[in-house]
Design a protein around this ligand. Structure first.
Ligand code: VG1
Ligand code: CO
Length: 544
């Protein structure tokens, strides 16, 4: 067959971050850039011969172009079968579902999640392993090392395949199945949740819901599941047609980037329930009439109510949360008498815990929640989980959250992001903090006494791997925390994330405004790290 061997040279910037390799589209468009990474990926995972590979992406600009290249490289690398979402589309959770369902060897997901898309925007690629989850660091590091030594790659020279017709086609001996991107995922959801109860809620003539797909991948999934299968009014899903540039938006479901949805939910006669998902469908934002549920609280409330959901009725094996996620879920784990695992940021760290049945629910403060049903965080799953709770409890979101706080106390929580700051300044800030750490324990600051100050390291209990330098954390004797880390998903400069948490058990103080309640810790964070000084900014870019 017309295989061509193309000489190439390494690009120095191909180390995957928190979730794969993310770069400007223009970087990916450089000659050999994508091909080098794909070849390094196939070489790093080894034994690609006769295997099945799932391919799909969030539909952003360059998605189909990249898929055509990957297909032509996959055939040379000996894959036996490819399963590809129609038009190259698969949400990240659907890709994870399909890898598992068809027992594929792994999957390639094309996405830069919520990062803006289009010719001037971002693109991304990551490899998921057989369990459906993101490749662990041992593999991503091996990909990077190989990318630094690459001297050539091999590709099949042929016409593009059709991504639009559902069915089977062949490229040489390799079978290519173009599948409907939604069906398998929708079926899985129907097996997890109490669909009849949710349907009764959505069709009771009173309950109003709004789901904002933010012009990204979840539109078709949400329409099929919420409107078609569960009977929600047509129009419940807004911005439901995926666009290659996400309509110029920033599909990050939070208070900053989904302002219309938030305004609607806070309006006088607003809907009872609102939700949004991100570019690739793995994140979720949960809103009730007059309330935003922080992702950390959402995880805790889901865990506390898991017995209302058919798939989790038998109980949870454990809860896992990323280190910066608030400790609200810890209290639920304690009361359920199950373990709580604290991992570094990034979904890849949950995979082993889920595989070993040490955790059932997982969550991150960054609007990510998921469970052992797949190995990615899952936006629509979280929305359905909440609908299931609402259907059974017949209470408002506000009442459910308030009752939760009354029972467990409230973890006031916020994250302040300083985006696109100069990388050297960001590194200096972290280095200076790191130097201060040994002196901090025992010190009294603004009335808070430092209990511990370290750079978080994680020992994976399943494969004994170690991940160091996962974020600077300063914990106080009353349980409050301030955490600093640099983002591993940005594509321009550095992003500093500051996470702030205070614990409130006083029943009279549960309903204060978050930023006001945390003001003294926010100031303390600035005086500890010199945020204004190093970033040159007076205020964060995004507050969640
Ligand atoms: C961010 C979040 C992290 C999440 C990751 C990927 O990483 O903090 O919790 O797992 O994005 O999510 P970072 O390194 O920028 O803080 V997604 O929906 O962008 O794939
Ligand atoms: Co995402």
């Amino acid at each position: 067959m017309p295989i061509i061997n193309i000489t190439s040279q390494p690009f120095t910037d191909q180390r995957p971050g928190t979730s794969g390799l993310r770069k400007r589209v223009k970087v990916f468009q450089q000659e050999h850039y994508l091909e080098n990474f794909v070849q390094a990926m196939f070489d790093a995972i080894g034994n690609t011969r006769n295997q099945t590979l799932v391919i799909g992406g969030d539909g952003r600009f360059y998605n189909e172009t990249a898929i055509q290249t990957i297909v032509k490289m996959a055939v040379v690398n000996g894959f036996k079968r490819l399963i590809i979402g129609q038009h190259g589309l698969l949400s990240t959770p659907a890709a994870s579902c399909i890898i598992r369902k068809y027992q594929a060897f792994g999957g390639v997901i094309l996405s830069a999640s919520h990062n803006p898309a289009g010719p001037e925007g971002d693109f991304g690629i990551k490899f998921n392993i057989r369990n459906g989850g993101p490749a662990p660091e041992s593999i991503t590091e091996a990909i990077y090392q190989l990318s630094q030594k690459i001297s050539s790659y091999r590709i099949f020279e042929c016409e593009d395949i059709s991504l639009s017709d559902i069915g089977t086609q062949y490229l040489q001996d390799m079978q290519i199945d173009i599948i409907d991107p939604v069906t398998d995922y929708a079926e899985m959801m129907a097996n997890i949740f109490d669909f009849p109860a949710i349907r009764a809620l959505l069709c009771n003539g009173r309950f109003q819901m709004r789901f904002d797909a933010m012009h990204a991948i979840t539109g078709p999934y949400a329409k099929e599941i919420l409107e078609k299968r569960l009977g929600a009014e047509v129009g419940t899903v807004i911005n439901g047609i995926p666009q290659a540039d996400f309509a110029g938006g920033h599909p990050d479901p939070n208070l900053t980037y989904a302002p219309e949805l938030v305004a609607e939910l806070f309006a006088e006669n607003g809907p009872d329930f609102g939700a949004a998902s991100d570019g690739d469908g793995d994140r979720n934002m949960i809103l009730g009439h007059g309330i935003f549920v922080t992702p950390s609280d959402s995880l805790a409330i889901m865990a506390a109510n898991a017995d209302l959901v058919p798939a989790y009725q038998e109980g949870l094996k454990g809860i896992a949360r990323s280190m910066p996620t608030s400790q609200a879920a810890d209290k639920v784990a304690k009361s359920l008498n199950i373990p709580l695992h604290e991992t570094p940021t990034g979904w890849k760290f949950f995979g082993n815990l889920l595989d070993a049945n040490l955790a059932t629910l997982c969550g991150e403060e960054s609007f990510g929640t998921g469970s052992n049903h797949i190995r990615e965080k899952d936006g629509l799953w979280a929305v359905l989980f909440w609908l299931n709770i609402l259907a059974v409890r017949q209470q408002s979101v506000l009442d459910i959250v308030r009752q939760h706080w009354q029972k467990y106390g409230r973890n006031y929580y916020t994250r302040h992001d300083y985006e696109e700051i100069p990388t050297n300044k960001a590194n200096q800030l972290i280095e200076r903090l790191q130097l201060q750490l040994p002196q901090l324990p025992g010190q009294k600051m603004n009335g808070y006494i430092v209990k511990y100050a370290d750079n978080f390291g994680y020992h994976d209990p399943v494969d004994n791997s170690i991940a160091e330098n996962q974020g600077i954390r300063i914990g106080f004797t009353d349980g409050c925390r301030i955490i600093f880390r640099l983002s591993g998903t940005g594509t321009q400069g550095a992003t500093l994330r500051v996470y702030i948490e205070a614990i409130e058990d006083n029943p009279d103080k549960l309903f204060a405004d978050t930023q006001t309640r945390l003001q003294d810790l926010i100031e303390l964070a600035d005086s500890l790290a010199g945020i204004k000084l190093f970033t040159g900014r007076n205020a964060p870019t995004v507050i969640t």
